[in-house]
Design a protein around this ligand. Sequence first.
Ligand code: ADP
Length: 275
Amino acid sequence: QDLTFRVTVRPVADQRVILLCFLDVTHLEQAGQMRRDFVANVSHELRTPLTALMGFIETLRGPARDDVAARERFLDIMEGEAGRMNRLVGDLLSLSRVEGDERVRPRDQVNLGEILSSVLRTLKQLAGDAGVTFDEDFGAEPVVLTGDADQLMQVFTNLVENAIKYGASGKRVTLRIERSARDPALRAPAVRVHVIDYGPGIDAVHLPRLTERFYRADSHRSRALGGTGLGLAIVKHIINRHRGRLKIESELGQGTQFTVVLPLQISGPRGESQL
Ligand code: ADP
């Protein structure tokens, strides 16, 4: 690993000795670089639909002025591009909110089965349009945990929406809740929620980076499906806030399984999400 040091030279009182101080600023440098990359990515993601919009406005003012059929088609495309910008801004706001909240411990008692049922109701139409049916197994006993209901809704909405969007060819999405008397990594009673699709899967090289902002395994497909590349980054932050972990397993041609492990009670330091 490359390290960056800030070096200061200090003469010591009797002048025959100097003191060299090395301060490790690697983390500061990395944080600065990440911030610069993020701003560059956001600018690029916003500029692409903006450029398209400006191009179509020019065409509508000029060559397509009196072409009614072309005008309708262009307006449809412009609506799509404006929608893309709107989703991106929405996801950026969500990301900034969940990052800000990460140090604040959630305190509500939430019923996980109710949250998942509500997610499935919201996504029923999307699944139906994609020819996907849900398979659900929420267990006999209700699972109640300490958490933030809105944020947990967002986690499972993002995961199930991805399973529908990317795994539609598998025709089925499974949601399963499992209790674990003691999760070995969290060292506490926990619950596992599995979101499984039977689609094309994700190549193993992408798995460690999937939760990075704007990282896409298949950029063309993500954009074509209206993805912002921020969904899993938001998921990771929310799970960290709940001191949980996220596991992603995938096999090409077989499908993908996202497992969210959440402690029933939140205590102790913030856990890192594991891949
Ligand atoms: P996006 O808005 O692009 O969907 P996400 O952060 O939600 O962004 O996901 C990051 C990337 O992970 C996606 O672009 C896609 O390539 C991949 N991905 C996520 N979920 C799945 C899945 N269930 N099957 C295949 N690929 C997936």
